[in-house]
Write a protein that binds this ligand. Structure first.
Ligand SMILES: Cc1ncc(COP(=O)(O)O)c(C=O)c1O
Length: 438
């Protein structure tokens, strides 16, 4: 294979040696028919193989909340390397990071670290099942909790296979998952208090956990309706089930205490990921001591691994938290949010493209073809993927990188200049959508 920087040629080569042509399914950007190959990232920008810079509106699917190449994160990784690339040993630094989380996150009395969000969610569910001695999981349609066999259901089911909107059919999101597992999960519509109350009334004594994205970014951006999370909390308390917040995307996103801080509802267990490591692979399970003590070696629920809490990621996460904790970080970020979404809403209105924008903090959903509020997955699934594809391709052509994903967003280092570049490209791409789809 000859060396090439041509992205189409690279993708051809990739398909011969990387299974499926990618390193992760989600790396394919359907709007351009291949992955977007980059050579580096810096601040709010990524650079393609020809050296062209793009404002990054994907930010590593939400992980790079401090942008790319942040000096504090680079410094933390370098400090970790000076310890000798140690791995599989305990140091004082895991304890220090856990202490910091206990100070910050309302439900965190104890902490355990893992690598990815997938890994932590799988372990959190096992822990909830151990702690309650029950098996049934309740999850909401359109909520994504990683790829483990025990959780990889009904986050983007095709509507023809999704069943009744009020009592969705469970939908395995991959082949190869044992069919028997579907009997351990009940899928409900989000923001539907009646369906939730009925499910608890019918199955309450069997429910180990109610797991949810407190803000459902994986269906774009669907916030909980007033009182809905409080109802989740109340029913879990009433029936002895555990409330598990999947804060992989919400952690540190809009509030130092994540969605728990933003909504004021405290779960029993939460999983933090993505922005927690600011681009380094680390996640955490945090929760009440009475639940967490079920983890081995004290308890019986297993959670171990050679690479868990790798020092490079631990020091990066700690450095990231110190930046998030600076008094100006969230006020500045939220000011930029207000500016960006206000401008974006004006562009949408002027373009006359039917497009619903929903956002919480610096992450947002764009629902093309929809102009009513999106309250749950079924609403979101009515959006036009074809229009989104035109939009994403139009932004990329204008030097702004959007992924063909449910949610988009920017970082704390996207300044007005970067946001204005993004807004200009959005204006042009909306024009493309108008011409291609009217
Ligand atoms: C809400 C949520 N949970 C879990 C995951 C899985 O995390 P990871 O990709 O780190 O395995 C993701 C992200 O991809 C996510 O958005």
């Amino acid at each position: 294979m000859h060396h090439t920087t041509n992205p189409d040629e690279l993708y051809t080569q990739a398909r011969t040696v990387l299974a499926g042509g990618v390193s992760a399914t989600a790396r394919l950007n359907a709007a351009i028919g291949r992955p977007f190959y980059i050579q580096r990232g810096d601040g709010a920008y990524i650079e393609d193989l020809q050296g062209k810079r793009y404002v990054d509106m994907c930010i590593s699917h939400g992980a790079s909340l401090l942008g790319h190449n942040h000096p504090a994160i680079v410094g933390a990784v370098q400090r970790a390397l000076e310890h000798g690339i140690i791995c599989s040993y305990e140091t004082e630094h895991q304890i220090a990071l856990a202490k910091r989380l206990v100070e910050i996150i309302p439900c965190a009395e104890q902490v355990r670290f893992a690598g990815s969000g997938t890994e932590s969610m799988m372990h959190a569910l096992r822990l909830a099942r151990t702690a309650t001695g029950r098996e049934l999981l309740i999850k909401f349609e359109g909520h994504f909790h990683g790829y483990a066999d025990v959780l990889n259901y009904s986050w983007a089911p095709p509507l023809h296979a999704a069943g009744d909107p009020h009592l969705p059919q469970i939908y395995p999101e991959s082949s190869g998952m044992p069919g028997a597992l579907t009997s351990t999960i009940l899928v409900l519509p989000f923001n539907d208090p009646e369906a939730l109350e009925e499910a608890f009334a019918e199955h309450g004594e069997r429910i180990a956990a109610l797991a949810l994205e407190p803000i459902n970014y994986d269906s774009g951006c669907i916030p909980p309706e007033p009182g809905f999370l409080a109802l989740c909390r109340k029913l879990c308390d009433q029936y002895g089930a555990l409330l598990l917040f999947d804060e992989v995307l919400t952690a540190f996103r809009m509030h130092l205490a994540g969605a728990q801080g933003w909504t004021g509802v405290t779960p029993d267990l939460a999983v933090l990921g993505k922005a927690f490591g600011a681009g380094m692979p680390i996640s955490a399970i945090v929760g009440r001591h009475t639940v967490m003590h079920h983890l081995r070696p004290e308890g019986t629920s297993e959670l171990s691994g050679t690479y868990l809490a790798h020092l490079t990621a631990v020091l990066a996460a700690h450095a990231a938290i110190e930046i998030y904790a600076e008094p100006a970080f969230y006020p500045c970020l939220l000011e930029n949010c207000a500016y960006f979404y206000r401008s974006c809403a004006q562009l949408i209105e002027r373009s006359r493209v039917p497009l619903r924008l929903q956002w919480v903090g610096p992450r947002f959903g764009l629902y093309f073809g929809i102009d009513a509020p999106v309250r749950n997955y079924r609403d979101a699934a009515r959006q036009s993927r074809a229009m989104l594809r035109t939009f994403v391709a139009g932004c990329i052509a204008r030097g702004v990188y959007f992924h063909m994903a449910a949610h988009h967003g920017f970082s704390g280092v996207h300044d007005r200049n970067a946001l204005d570049l993004a807004l200009n490209a959005i204006e042009g791409a909306l024009n493309d959508v108008c011409h291609a789809h009217q």
